[in-house]
Design a protein. Structure first.
Ligand code: FAD
Ligand code: DLZ
Ligand code: SF4
Length: 506
């Protein structure tokens, strides 16, 4: 009696549900398949990261005594799909049952639920999260708006992370107001912890170069960890050198600094090399042992225990309809500069350049630069979501989509965010050193020298007044707009349209 146990490329955890009760004679199936490498044209580094991490994980399982049937992308007879590889493997091993850990994306779960393999298929819950999807649904039931902060407080109580009895450590749940500093020139940024590719990674890099050369992004230098051991080293490095300043400079941006004091662990968490619990517990220890301040540790834990869990809850609660949301009826095509990075807007060129070179940019670049621009420009959210799914090494739909549709594009009409994350150039100037060396002038509101974020911001508010002006959190800018006459509104709208119409889309 052989049970086939499927492990997907983002389920690389020894304790993943499908592997938990492995018995003698069982076979672990791991398959590199064209469907997964190509359902969007992933950044080259993302494919290299996932395939190399899969190959290393297979070796670790073998060293642990498990039988692993590993299908490489170029293997003879590879059907190109997970379903096809399951079918072939059932025959090869005369398997009598299949065990799967629920996948992270809706499209694959629907496919797995419809499988007819001729043997029983068990789909187990993916329990590598603090909150199950049922736990989140119970919290969300009967709530009109799903505010992360309230969910987060429940999760703090449930996990006892940063708690002192029933009260939050330090007396406050949230130290965000301490976490909005610009980076002073006197503060040195730690060097990124990079890992040198080994023989397995080199082979994968060659494969990616040969098969996916037309995908977005630089393949090398490739510095991601591809094993749990190296991911732990990278995380330890973050704890020691970056966490103490993580809070203060969490929202800062600086020219030539993609990582600043961020952890750059999202690909590891999402693929299973690190667990959310262990990183939160380790960060909490830094606070308890006084190596990192509370605003930094609380800020870090909130991203994982709060935001990461919350967006996953929203995804599974609202899919598949969530992917179709477009509350602001945004219709423009994505400008080509998102792919080329060629633009005079310094902030956009930096964010897209980091993305191309590292398959990474930090949260504020994603939200307040590339996301903000797409929101103000009225880009079709489907095209925005596809871009974010393509370009980041950490991108999986369960985490990417709520961040795009909900947090960044307000496409869900305010289910996730209480107001759109829309801002003029002033925000970017306040949080970065980018505007000083931009061809545009951040303080100029209109005309050829004006920062495009400025006129786009007002045109966005005018265009979407019917959706947004009743929102109490938008009262201030709409009060300003109320003092504008129609001619002024028409002029700024025309300026924004002319600018956007002039951006090539191919
Ligand atoms: P840090 O700043 O060091 O934070 C630590 C960890 O917190 C991250 O590794 C991540 O696991 C978690 N985290 C932080 N913010 C979020 C968030 N908003 N949602 C979920 N987890 C969060 N994150 C992804 O993992 N995959 C995505 O595809 C993705 N797409 C995004 C798209 C947009 C438009 C936006 C605004 C954000 C997106 N994020 C995504 C969230 C966030 O930007 C990244 O998790 C973060 O930049 C990863 O870098 P880091 O590990 O250095 O994070
Ligand atoms: C992202 C990815 C890639 C690029 N390739 C594979 C693959 O060849 N085989 C595999 O099992 N998984 C891969 N993955 C991860 C899957 O896309 C991921 O499991 C689903 O999107 C569900 O989250
Ligand atoms: Fe970006 Fe405007 Fe600043 Fe230029 S001036 S970097 S476009 S915010």
């Amino acid at each position: 009696m052989t049970t086939l146990r499927l492990v997907l490329g983002d389920q690389l955890t020894r304790d993943v549900a499908a592997l938990r009760d492995t018995a003698d004679g069982d076979v672990v199936l791991m398959a590199e398949v064209a469907d997964e490498t190509s359902y969007v044209k992933h950044h080259k580094q993302k494919i290299a990261f996932v395939l190399s991490a899969m190959r290393h994980f297979a070796e670790e399982l073998r060293a642990d005594g498990l039988t692993v049937d590993y299908i490489k992308l170029n293997a003879r007879g590879n059907t190109g799909s997970i379903a096809g590889e399951l079918q072939r493997a059932i025959k090869r091993h005369k398997a009598s049952a299949v065990v799967i850990t629920s996948p992270g994306e809706w499209r694959l779960l629907s496919e797995f639920r419809a499988l007819h393999l001729g043997v029983p298929v068990e789909i187990r819950e993916d329990d590598r999260f603090f909150a199950s999807t049922a736990r989140f649904a119970a919290w969300a039931k009967d709530r009109k708006a799903l505010r992360m902060e309230f969910f987060y407080r429940e999760m703090r109580r449930e996990t006892d992370l940063l708690m002192k009895g029933d009260e939050p450590a330090g007396g406050q749940w949230n130290y965000d107001s301490d976490n909005r500093k610009r980076l002073p020139a006197s503060v040195a940024v730690p060097q990124r912890f990079g890992v040198k590719p080994d023989a397995i990674t080199r082979e994968v890099i060659e494969l990616v170069a040969a098969r996916f050369g037309d995908h977005f992004g630089d393949l090398e230098p490739f510095e991601w960890a591809v094993t749990r051991a190296d991911a732990l080293r990278a995380f330890e490095d973050f704890l020691q050198y970056a966490l103490p300043n993580f809070g203060a400079y969490q929202d800062a941006m600086a020219a030539g600094e993609p990582f600043l004091f961020h952890a750059a662990i999202s690909p590891y968490l999402n693929a299973g090399l690190l667990t959310p619990r262990e990183v939160c517990v380790a960060a909490e220890r830094e606070y308890i042992e006084r190596r990192a301040p509370l605003n930094a540790v609380e800020g870090f834990i909130r991203q994982i225990l709060g935001w990461r869990e919350y967006v996953r809850g929203v995804y599974w609660l609202k899919m598949p309809d969530y992917a179709q949301t477009n509350a602001l009826q945004a219709k423009r095509d994505l400008p080509w500069l998102y792919w080329s990075g060629e633009t005079d807007m310094h902030c956009m060129a930096e964010a897209i350049g980091h993305t191309r070179r590292h398959a990474y940019s930090h949260h504020i670049q994603r939200l307040m630069v590339t996301g903000n621009f797409a929101l103000l420009a009225g880009i079709d959210p489907k095209q925005v979501a596809e871009w974010y799914l393509v370009v980041y090494a950490d991108a999986y739909e369960w985490v990417e989509l709520p961040n795009v549709q909900g947090m960044s594009q307000f496409a869900d009409g305010g289910l996730l965010a209480s107001k759109p994350y829309a801002s003029s150039g002033a925000y970017i100037d306040r949080m970065s050193n980018l505007c000083g060396s931009c061809r545009y002038e951040v303080k100029v509101k209109s005309g050829p020298k004006a920062c495009p974020f400025n006129f786009l911001y007002w045109a966005f508010l005018i265009r979407n007044a019917r959706h947004l002006q009743g929102n109490p959190r938008m009262a201030m800018p709409y009060r300003t707009l109320a003092g504008w006459d129609d001619a002024r509104k028409a002029a700024i709208t025309a300026e924004a349209d002319a600018f956007l119409d002039g951006l090539p889309t191919r």
